[in-house]
Each structure stands twice: as C-alpha cells, then as structure tokens.
Write a protein that binds this ligand. Structure first.
Ligand SMILES: Nc1ncnc2c1ncn2[C@@H]1O[C@H](COP(=O)(O)OP(=O)(O)OP(=O)(O)O)[C@@H](O)[C@H]1O
Ligand SMILES: [Mg+2]
Length: 509
C-alpha cells in the first residue's frame, strides 16, 4: 500500500520479537481517515502487541509508522498522545477511589495561575466533552461506584481530553452488557462523524459487521489481509482468522439429567453495604445437565456464585452439593466437594500473574499427593502435567510452561483457567462468563468442553451476560432479575425477545 494522507495510520512491515518468540512478522495496517477499522485475530495473534507499538508502549524491531502520510517515530505514550493517538486498554487502568474528573485529568492537569491545579476549569472541560458526545457519566462520581460501561466511557473521555484524533479500543465490549454495547457503538459513530478515526480490536463478529468499515486479520503474528466488511460475512471473517471453517452454532445431543447435585433453596445474600442482591432464590442443577442463567449484569449473578463458592456469607437459605449443606463453610470445603469454578474476573480470582504457568495450573491443589514431595512441589511431575494440559487445551504461551502467567495473552490466560478447573474432574462445574475475551475458535472449543463435561455427568451452572451463549449452550435456561429466578425454560421453548423482556423486569411480580 502506498503512503498517502488518505490514511490516518499506516503501519508497514512491522516485526516484534520477545526473546526468541516472534509475536509479529511483517504486519501491515492501513487505516482510512474517519473510518472504523477492526482488527481480528485469534487469542495471542498479536493484536494488542501491534496496538501497543502504535501507542508507543513497545518499540517494533522492524517496520515503519506513518500518520496522515508523514513518517512518525513513536517512542513513548507521551509522544503518541502528542501525535493525537489515544488508547483504551483491554484491562482498564483507572484509579478506583478517585472521581471521574480526577481520573480524566490525571497526568494532564489543567493549570491555573501560578501552576496551581484549576479543578473548576478541568471539570468544565470534562463537562463540555460529556455534553458534546452525549456521554452518560457523572464527573463527580468515584470510579469504584460506577458501572463497567461507565468506566469505559471515562477511559474514552480521558483520551479525548488529551486531544485524541485516532482512538484505539482494545476489546471494549468484552465486559459490557448488550445495552452498553449499543451505546458504545452509537458513541463510535458520533466520533467518526466528528472527524475521528477508530481502530477497534474485538472477537465479536457481530460487532464488526455492525460497526466497522474495514477489517484487518492477523493469524499467529502474520498479516492475512484486509476485507471490506460490507462485502464479507461472519462466517467468512471467522474462517479467514482461524484458517478453517468454524462452527458458529453449538452442536449437542439432548441431555440425560440425573439427580440434583447442586441445590439452592431460598437463598438470600447481602452485599457489603447490607443491600440484598440475592433474594430468596431457588435453583436446582442435575448431573448431566447445563443450567444457564440469563440476566443483565448486576442482578445477583456475582453474589449467587460467590455464595456457592463460599467467598461470601449468606444471610439465609441453604446450598447443597449432593446431600451436604455447604453454605457458610469455606472455599476449601466447597472444593473438597468437587465443585470447580471458572471465575468471572480472571485477574482478581483466577490466576496469580507473577507465577509460572505451571504453578497456576495446580493452584488450590498444591497440597494433593499428585504433585507433593513432602511439603515441596515436585516440579518435574508438575511440568510434564502442565505441558500435557497446554497441548490438550491449545494454550499458547510464547515460551514454555515455565513462562510467567502475565506474559500470556488474555484469551490464553482464560484457557489456562478452564484447563485447570476441568482437569479436577468436578461433580459441579460453575462457569461464570467462560468465554469472555475468547476468539471464535476458542469459544467453539470451550462450548464443546462444557458439553463433554455434561455428558461425563457433571452438573453445570453457566452464568453469562451473553444471551446467545446461554441460549445455545444451556439445556435449561433460568432468568435472573433483581436477585430472583423469574422464569425457567427448557432449551428451544423460549425466544430471545421473551427472555430479553424477563431480563429487563417485564413479567416479574
Ligand atoms: N511482554 C511480553 N513478553 C513476552 N511475550 C509477550 C509479551 N506481550 C505479548 N507477548 C506474546 O505475544 C503474543 C501476542 O500477544 P497479544 O497480547 O498481542 O495477543 P492478542 O492478539 O491481543 O490476544 P488476545 O485476543 O488473547 O488478547 C502472545 O503469544 C503473547 O504471549
Ligand atoms: Mg489482546
């Protein structure tokens, strides 16, 4: 592609190596001005790395960057910002106990007379942006008190506040509800109309079809071409990215449910402020069955899972695994009752990032005979066990199992958790947002794994904010609203519209 001022960004022949590992190998990216350009690729393909290079966080080993037809050298985020590039990262970087305004101006304080921070002027500038783009955020709220969707708008505001003309969004919708996604796509269109250029990384093909003009595809660090989205389809994009046809629908045979293994009766759980988030909830999960909880984030899903796994205490009600009551015991006790959990927030609960991949695969189990050598871990056994898991679950670390967990791409971290939990051979498997941040090929694999676990006889509780996922994978769908189950349906007996209505509180008492 020729260098031209028609393009806001051109990256040509970009290569990046981490030690002996080649993360990017001669990758091109040409982004037209005032367009939405999607980047698609499997987990670990190199998408975030490419954008980190554009944002000056990493230096490329080879290749050139041109902005508006001019060659640019971007050696730090400060320089990227000076060139009008803003980035909203895959994992947010806001300070929880600061307000929205404080977070936005952090590092770019609007100074008043004698260099004193002028909060009023800063607040006014933030308000102007909020109004111009119709953002729904309260500039005086603390980050810890606002929803994830709102936190993301704060990240976007932060970039705009610094004068971003080119906005990089790395998986912005992975943690949003369907309503928040609609809102974000609207904001993106407004930004484009206002002259901005957007580069978006997402695994959600539907969103690419809805929002992007062009889509560039990277496969294992190599550039696979750019397609005009209007002339493409979800199936076409998936096939180009994975290099084979991907089954976007879930194949499964009917369930053969056995006895109730997980039973929740009249459960009430309050949050730390004493507000009841789960209110007299009833739910049964049988062996050989997948029960999916459909609902909008914040309707008690987190508290329900936390109560079952004993991360929080219940106010009243009973939770049984088999014939044993487990409420208000301990997380260890629940594990001992063969309950495995894929947690929703992989950084907070799922992994110890500075530890090796191998050590992470036996978290919670290090005291079992399998890996013990007295009180020490038997590292030889541990490593051969881990390399087996890496092969079976197609986890792709750049190096080997001795690499630190923090070096893995987001999707590969998620696969490592799933590998660990499923290899416990649990009686009950709780899967909370199990495919968050995964590519379509990996999603197909996780869904197959859940169904295989079901067919082995596990009782599976799937909690997901993706309605499509709940509808496709579950044998029984239970709708949660305001801390209660407000409807239960066998798969195939309910449509998206009915579920959406119940999820929004229509039809509840
Ligand atoms: N700082 C680093 N040190 C070592 N390896 C790294 C580093 N950053 C990325 N990698 C490796 O480079 C490859 C590309 O990672 P990257 O985060 O760009 O993937 P991605 O396409 O964004 O994937 P995902 O969809 O899972 O977020 C991965 O194999 C990752 O392990
Ligand atoms: Mg990434």
């Amino acid at each position: 592609m020729e260098v031209s001022s028609e393009y806001a960004v051109q990256m040509h022949g970009i290569a990046k190596r981490f030690g002996a590992f080649t993360a990017l190998d001669c990758v091109d990216l040409d982004v037209r001005k005032q367009s939405v350009h999607a980047i698609l690729g499997e987990n670990g393909a190199g998408k975030t790395t490419l954008m980190n290079i554009l944002y000056g966080l990493y230096q490329s080993d080879e290749g050139e960057i041109y902005l508006n037809g001019q060659k640019a050298s971007i050696t730090s985020p400060t320089e990227a910002i000076r060139h009008g590039i803003g980035m909203v990262h895959q994992h947010f970087m806001l300070i929880e106990n600061f307000t929205v305004t404080e977070n936005i101006i952090l590092g770019d304080e609007v100074c008043g007379a004698a260099g004193i921070l002028d909060m009023n002027r800063a607040r006014q500038k933030v308000m102007e942006l909020v109004e111009r783009y119709g953002f729904d955020v309260d500039p005086d709220a603390k980050i810890e008190d606002i929803s994830v969707g709102m936190q993301q708008r704060v990240e976007i505001l932060k970039a705009l506040f610094r004068g971003a003309e080119i906005l990089i969004l790395d998986e912005p919708t992975a943690v949003l509800t369907p309503q928040e996604i609609d809102k974000l796509l609207e904001i993106m269109q407004d930004l484009i109309a206002g002259g901005k250029t957007i580069i978006i990384i997402t695994h959600k093909l539907k969103e690419i079809m809805r929002s992007a003009d062009e889509c560039s595809i990277i496969r294992r660090g190599k550039y696979m071409g750019t397609v005009n989205v209007a002339e493409s389809s979800e199936g076409d994009l998936a096939a180009r990215m994975v290099g084979r046809n991907v089954n976007l629908k879930v194949d499964k045979t009917p369930a053969h449910p056995g006895d109730v293994v997980l039973s929740v009766k009249n459960l009430t759980v309050a949050d730390e402020r004493g507000i009841e988030q789960v209110r007299g909830l009833n739910l049964d999960v049988r062996s050989g069955e997948i029960v999916g909880i459909a609902g909008i984030d914040g309707n008690g899903q987190q508290e329900l899972v936390d109560a079952i796994t004993n991360l929080v205490r219940t106010k009243s009600g009973k939770i049984r695994v088999g014939s044993q009551e487990v409420q208000n015991t301990s997380p260890r006790n629940v594990l001992d009752h063969a309950v495995a959990t894929i947690p929703s927030d992989r950084h907070r609960w799922g992994l110890v990032l500075p530890m090796m991949v191998a050590e992470n695969t036996v978290l919670e189990r290090h005291n079992e005979d399998l890996f013990g050598k007295g009180i020490m871990l038997d590292y030889d056994k541990l490593h051969s066990y881990t390399s087996e898991l890496i092969k079976r679950y197609d986890i792709r670390p750049a190096g080997c199992e001795q690499e630190r967990m923090s070096g893995l791409s987001g999707g590969n971290q998620q696969k490592a958790i799933i590998a660990r939990e499923v290899s416990y051979v649990p009686d009950v498997l709780i899967a909370f947002q199990p495919t968050r941040g995964l590519d379509v090929g990996a999603i197909e694999f996780v869904h197959k794994t859940l169904i295989a676990e079901r067919d082995r006889g596990a009782a599976i509780l799937l909690v997901s904010y993706e309605l499509d996922e709940v509808m496709d994978v579950s044998d029984t769908i239970a709708v949660i609203y305001h801390g209660q189950i407000v409807g239960t349906f066998a798969q195939g007996t309910v449509d998206e519209e009915q579920l959406g209505l119940l999820m929004a509180g229509g039809g509840s008492q």
